[in-house]
Design a protein around this ligand. Sequence first.
Ligand SMILES: O=C(O)CCC(=O)C(=O)O
Length: 276
Amino acid sequence: MAIKLSADEISRYQNDGVVAPITVMQPSVASELRRRLESAESSFPQIIGPEKRNNAHYVLACLDEIVHHDEILDAVECLIGPDIILTNTVLFIKEPNSLHHVTYHQDATYMGLKPQDSLTAWIALTESTPENGCVRMIRGSHLLDIQQHVDTFGEDNILTRGQQIENIDEEHALDIELEPGQMSLHHARTIHGSRPNKSANRRIGIALQSFARPSTRQVHGEDYALLVRGSDDYGNFTKGPRPKAEVDLENVEFRDGVNARLSEILYAGAEKQRGY
Ligand SMILES: O=C(O)CCC(=O)C(=O)O
């Protein structure tokens, strides 16, 4: 393994619950991945779009390359060890001048993963800035228990339930500014959110959510994952296929099944359900 994170970066993750920016690919590589993603978006809107944003890595080779990217996994390995599974991916795309935003929340609240020490890698395929609605993190909040979340189902809120932790003191919020090809890593309990995109360009991020040790359990029943590095001596998750083509239509049914299962987990106990 190439040691990707410095001792300082590891201690920032441990103390703050987030570390960024980490450069994992050249901007030109990120830009080519963006081109392939946008080509799939325009050719296959029935497979990828605002309501089809989860787990597209089972179908699109460009996203499969990201989830198996050595530099990303080297960094994750520094934090959780050599055996790594990935449970889901989410495309967080904010269109230019749109109201879409993310209220403050802790990922671990509804994910059903125990223990709650998994992490998210958020990969920027465009720049991510305060103007275009970069993610904002509350430093040190991963050391708190899960806070009370209120389901708002807000129209422009791109979280499933529009869940939010109220009365956040934003004084310690950190803007996670990234260039294309950089990423942030955040702990499953770190409180974070993001504001609308006020720029004239798209903001594209892909959240690899969550990277976990194979010993992690899904407490809401069966769930799916990819073994992305090392070995799995536990078998707690059903393993998914990798795409065998740029857009592998044969995997669409499997991906739909994974997303249906994910919805059951994320909406457990909710009053209603949206299309994603
Ligand atoms: O992309 C965003 O604005 C929010 C991302 C997020 O909530 C996450 O990665 O968990």
